[in-house]
Design a protein around this ligand. Structure first.
Ligand SMILES: Cc1ncc(COP(=O)(O)O)c(C=O)c1O
Length: 455
């Protein structure tokens, strides 16, 4: 399947159908002007947020004298701006008012975030028993949960039945037999495969069935087992870059909806998954609305009482978190060592909160927070003189493993020393949730301090 967006004013989607490689469907439609201005506004921190975060950081690190402090006093920590979470939800409601978000808990299960999102009317996507229990422990209704894992442990299916979690996804017939045995009244969304080849993290290598399997294998078995086929789900890959795959997935979903009616099912939910980012949301949301208008118009949806839901993770939390790390060691190198003048060692790395570099293919930018007792947070984010100095460093995490490289090349101020601090922006997604205890360096959950730039 090949999809191409040809220009920004019009969308030209060429869908080369896998069944008939010669057939090319061309759809054109003028889009309202999008691109840089809108996109920048969805991402940039405002000055109030920067000031609040800087004050919080300043308070926190001024307490720490690294020459006298206790072990772990100088551990890395997060600052979370809850105002950014509020901003994410407000942007979502503005661009996709008809799509109910279920936050993907796996992305960051911080309880304050879950509470904030719940207060703003967001529901939850859980991947496991533990995530279901976490959401329920906060007193939220099981109706607000989708158990969106197409390959579930039997005992977890039984647990979801006991806990009244009655909506899940399926992409193979074996799962249908498990559901029939352990949770026969569960509502089932069939998860379709998508073209996520340009996404930051591909999911269709692991999950999703194609339309043929859905129609010719899953629907007949579901009918035979008298299961509740309740709709369609897909995910275009985390950090998706090619939004025409959203269009194709919604088109495929409509085809599957039509087949579901033919089989006598009464599907009620289209779940458009996750994959969204604030940076590209103006464009991805437009594609969602365009495709929904075309394949799920009001005259189709309203009489059948079909609802749209989604499972955003990264979109909701990525921009809300800043990670502050301490420089614990420095090694200067002989000249011409791969153009790197010195190595810095910090107290967080790819086995800790910066695991996103390995697991999530992120490349977080490194900023100088303090040098020679000066705080540079605001200056780094608001001026072009950021990272003054231009000395070539590589930056390493604290474990004894050579894989623990945070950056193989970065220009920072020449005299960064042990005791200085560095920071990373927009690291709320897929960071703390996958941190390990490797080398005994993590003492548990990383401390998070909160501000709210929206108050
Ligand atoms: C089933 C499912 N839903 C939602 C998400 C969240 O995706 P994202 O953070 O890209 O929005 C994921 C991520 O892996 C997922 O597997």
């Amino acid at each position: 399947m090949k999809h191409t967006i040809v220009d920004s004013e019009s969308v030209v989607v060429k869908l080369q159908n896998e069944d008939n490689l010669n057939s090319t469907e061309i759809i054109t439609r003028n889009l309202p002007t999008t691109t840089t201005t809108t996109t920048t506004n969805l991402v940039d921190k405002d000055i109030k947020s920067i000031d609040l975060i800087e004050a919080k950081i300043s308070n926190r690190i001024s307490e720490i004298d690294h020459e006298n402090c206790l072990p772990n006093d100088e551990d890395s920590f997060f600052i979370c701006d809850l105002g950014e979470i509020e901003k994410s939800v407000s942007i979502w409601k503005n661009y996709l008012p008809n799509v109910q978000p279920h936050y993907a808990v796996k992305c960051n299960s911080n309880i304050q975030i879950l509470q904030k999102l719940h207060g703003l009317g967001v529901n939850f996507d859980c991947a496991s028993k533990a995530e279901i229990d976490l959401v329920l422990s906060l007193g939220y209704d099981s109706e607000q949960i989708i158990y969106a894992n197409p390959c579930k442990t039997n005992s977890f299916i039984r647990h979801s039945e006991k806990q009244n979690v009655n909506l899940t996804t399926v992409d193979n017939v074996h799962e249908l037999y498990k559901i029939q045995k352990f949770h026969p009244n569960c509502n089932i969304l069939i998860r379709l495969i998508t073209d996520d080849s340009t996404a930051q993290c591909q999911l269709s290598t692991k999950f999703g069935c194609d339309l043929n399997v859905a129609i010719n294998e899953i629907l007949p078995v579901a009918k035979k087992l008298d299961l509740n086929v309740y709709g369609v789900a897909f995910h275009v890959g985390s950090g998706a870059k090619d939004f025409t795959s959203i269009y194709q997935a919604i088109k495929d979903s409509r085809e599957l909806f039509d087949k579901m009616y033919e089989f006598g099912f009464d599907p009620k939910i289209l779940d458009i998954g996750g994959g969204f980012e604030r940076e590209t949301f103006a464009d991805s949301a437009k594609m969602v609305n365009f495709a929904l208008d075309k394949y799920f118009p009001a005259q189709f949806v309203q009489p059948r009482q079909i609802r749209f839901i989604a499972e955003p993770g990264r979109f909701m939390v990525a921009n809300a978190f800043t990670l502050i790390t301490h420089v614990i060691a420095r090694r200067d190198l002989p000249q011409n060592s791969n153009n790197v003048n010195a190595m810095l060692y910090i107290n967080d790395g790819v086995y800790g909160n910066l695991n996103c570099i390995l697991f999530d293919h992120q490349n977080p930018r490194i900023y100088v927070l303090t040098n020679k007792n000066q705080l540079y947070y605001k200056q780094e984010l608001t001026t072009t003189t950021a990272n003054q100095g231009g000395y070539n460093f590589s930056v390493w995490g604290p474990t004894c493993d050579g894989l623990d490289c945070v950056s193989s090349f970065v220009k920072l101020s020449k005299d960064i020393q042990v005791g200085d601090w560095l920071f990373f922006e927009n690291v709320g997604a897929y960071t703390s949730c996958a941190s390990t205890k490797f080398n005994g360096l993590s003492t548990g959950e990383t401390e998070t301090l909160y501000v709210n730039s929206n108050e």
